[in-house]
Design a protein around this ligand. Sequence first.
Ligand SMILES: NC(=O)C1=CN([C@@H]2O[C@H](COP(=O)(O)OP(=O)(O)OC[C@H]3O[C@@H](n4cnc5c(N)ncnc54)[C@H](OP(=O)(O)O)[C@@H]3O)[C@@H](O)[C@H]2O)C=CC1
Ligand SMILES: N[C@@H](CC=O)C(=O)O
Length: 444
Amino acid sequence: MRPMSARKRIRAALVGCGTVGGATARILLQDKELLLRRSGVEVELVALVDKSFDHARSLGIPEDIFRSDLDEVLADPTLDVIIELAGGVEFPRTLISRALDAGKHVVTANKALLALHGRELFAKAREKGLTIGFEASCAGGIPVIRAITDGLLANEIDAIYGILNGTSNYILSEMIHKGSSYADSLDQAQQIGLAEADPSLDVQGGDTAHKIAIMSSLAFGISPEFTDIPVSGIDNLDEQDVLAGRDLGYVVKLLAVAHRTPLGVAMWVGPAFISREHPLAWVEGPFNAVSIYGHAVGHTLFYGRGAGGDPTASAVISDILGLALGITPALFGHTGFWPDRNGETRQLPAGSEELRFYLRIMAVDKPGVLAAISTILAREQISIASLHQNEQARGQELIPVVITTHTCTRQAMNRAVQEINALDITGAGAVLLPIVDEHPEKIS
Ligand SMILES: NC(=O)C1=CN([C@@H]2O[C@H](COP(=O)(O)OP(=O)(O)OC[C@H]3O[C@@H](n4cnc5c(N)ncnc54)[C@H](OP(=O)(O)O)[C@@H]3O)[C@@H](O)[C@H]2O)C=CC1
Ligand SMILES: N[C@@H](CC=O)C(=O)O
């Protein structure tokens, strides 16, 4: 074996010993030798702060590191890094700010916090000559932050497409492949530690939006206005659309999309159809995948577990080691696109991106219905790609008419849907889902 160069030491305190914090503490303690052998870094976990230590005790974490007094921990001059794994927004915002004031580096998995207040916290870290590691904030165990800020540095990033929420992907897989109910699947996702403390962030798309906002700021050098990102989740998805899409050769996924257009970066989050041949279509269960397109490298695809204690701890620990090795500070100090360094936002106004759509309308089965619908679509310059009316449903008061369109803007589509919904021959709100095609490689 090659002799190891000088051993480095880093002293860490961890705040929040839940799913991710517990796994991080356990791995740091159990695998101390492995980490030292692989990285040359000795991580000393010297303090663990939580509201209760029951979970930490159940993991066999030694009680002599349990601390209830955060002030005392922050005042320890020998401490190098605070690992924030408490979740929420206001408490960690204050905690990280105080940790930076106390001269400590920070590692966090908190995407909600960074999407909303990252700019301010990164600016403060830079001013103090400190670093915030946040690999675990996006796509759990997949080292995608490092990929964007290091491995893909030679590229102008053109697009990111991702399945970024393990909980939603898990729920969709359970419902589609095992026939489980939505409620049971969500409950299961919570039991196995995938979901956020507030699971509405998962199923309504907010968590995915936090992640794409962070990744876009690094990839495109923009400061996304979080509230300007159109977001929807899987909570209102109707099984009949999942099945109708499947008949058309599509799979439904909760997607995050961000790509350059001449007028700015288009960004949105929502359930969408992708071809069953698309590489993201076979991503199942708690797995995430991120497709990143660079001008030199072309299409890259990163795949792995996007949620859960151990996979996320893997990313947290790589940040701690990266700090000790000087890798993360070097990237933070030298490279171009960080939330606090980015200029003004160039986000495409919501709804103006060109997309294909799936549209399901519940309509009466009588002459002139399709003509009325297609007239409205034509007025908005929306061209129909396919149209299917379910013969089996004949006899019901309203039957589904499924239309796929050629590309048009969401604004045009929304206007058309509003008019269609107002017709007296159509029923409850039409369902609109984007159809996402394979992104073109723009390699030079
Ligand atoms: N779970 C996952 O798969 C992933 C989670 N993340 C992120 O990691 C972070 C932690 O998530 P997770 O481990 O799932 O959350 P958990 O709710 O399982 O754990 C959080 C822990 O922190 C404690 N805590 C909360 N507030 C305080 C406080 N003020 N002082 C001390 N302790 C506090 C909680 O105590 P109590 O329960 O009593 O409130 C709990 O023990 C979040 O930001 C989350 O978004 C990122 C990637 C994946
Ligand atoms: N709740 C999140 C956890 C990881 O970020 C998810 O399900 O992806």
